[in-house]
Design a protein around this ligand. Structure first.
Ligand code: HEC
Length: 190
C-alpha cells in the first residue's frame, strides 16, 4: 500500500488512487483483516500443447463456442472453470491455467537452483516458495499474476526500495523462464 501511495508501483493506475484515500487507521484495519484470512488457492495448472481458442469476456478469457484449439506457444492462458460463478463473484470460482508442456518441471529447477546468473527463488522466497518473513509466498498464486509482476519489475514499474532484489533477479530471466517458474509456483500448495 505504501508503494502504491508513493507512486512506486502502478503509477497512474487505480491502486495509487485507492491507497491515497485510506487513512492510517483504515489501512491497519485492512492489513489485519487480510492477513487473518486463510489462503485457498483457486488455480489448477494444466500442461498442454493445445489450448481452446479464447476471447475476452469482461476481465477474463473464456473458450470460444466453436471448440477450436490452437498451439499454446510461449503463453499462459488462464480461464475461469465456470464463467457464471465467476460473474457472480462467487468465492468458489476455480480457474484453470494452461501452461506449455514441461514448464512445471523446468520451473522447479529454476526455483531450486536458479538459472544462468539468476539465484534460486527459494533462497529468498523459502522452501516450496512458502514465503519467509515479509518476502511473499508464491505457492498456489495465479501464474498470470506472477508473470505480470516479474515483467513489471523488469520494466522498472515497481520501484519501492524493497523491490531491489527482484530487479537484480529478473534481469537474468527470459520470458520462458518467467512462465516456467510461475507455472511451478502456481502448481504448489501453501
Ligand atoms: C535476493 C532475494 C530474492 C530472490 C532470489 C527472488 N526474490 Fe522475488 N521477491 C523478493 C522480495 C524482497 C520481494 C518483495 C518485493 C517488494 O516488496 O516490492 C519479492 C517479490 C516477488 C514477487 C512479487 C509478489 C507480489 O506479491 O507482488 C514475485 C512474483 C517474485 N518475487 C518472484 C520471484 C521469482 C519467480 C524468483 C526466482 C526466479 C524470485 N522472486 C527470486 C526477493 C527475492
Amino acid at each position: 500500500m505504501q508503494a502504491f501511495r508513493e507512486d512506486q508501483r502502478d503509477k497512474n493506475g487505480i491502486m495509487p488512487f485507492e491507497a491515497r484515500h485510506l487513512d492510517a487507521a483504515d489501512e491497519q484495519a485492512v492489513v489485519r483483516y487480510f492477513s487473518g484470512l486463510k489462503f485457498h488457492p483457486a488455480t489448477q495448472v494444466v500442461e498442454t500443447a493445445n489450448v481452446p481458442m479464447m476471447h475476452w469476456r469482461g476481465f477474463v478469457l473464456v473458450p470460444d463456442k466453436s471448440g477450436t484449439r490452437e498451439l499454446i506457444g510461449n503463453r499462459i492462458i488462464e480461464t475461469p472453470e465456470n464463467f457464471t460463478l465467476y460473474d457472480l463473484d462467487d468465492e468458489r470460482t476455480e480457474f484453470i491455467a494452461y501452461v506449455p508442456p514441461g514448464s512445471i518441471q523446468r520451473g522447479a529447477a529454476i526455483a531450486a537452483r536458479g538459472i544462468g546468473t539468476a539465484v534460486s527463488c527459494e533462497s529468498c522466497h523459502g522452501a516450496e516458495l512458502h514465503g519467509v518473513g515479509d518476502i511473499p509466498y508464491l505457492a498456489g498464486r495465479s501464474p498470470t499474476y506472477i508473470v505480470r509482476e516479474l515483467i513489471l519489475f523488469r520494466l522498472g514499474k515497481r520501484t519501492n526500495p524493497g523491490a531491489a532484489p527482484m530487479h537484480a533477479e529478473v534481469a537474468h530471466l527470459s520470458l520462458k523462464d518467467m512462465i516456467d517458474v510461475a507455472a511451478y509456483a502456481a502448481s504448489l500448495r501453501p
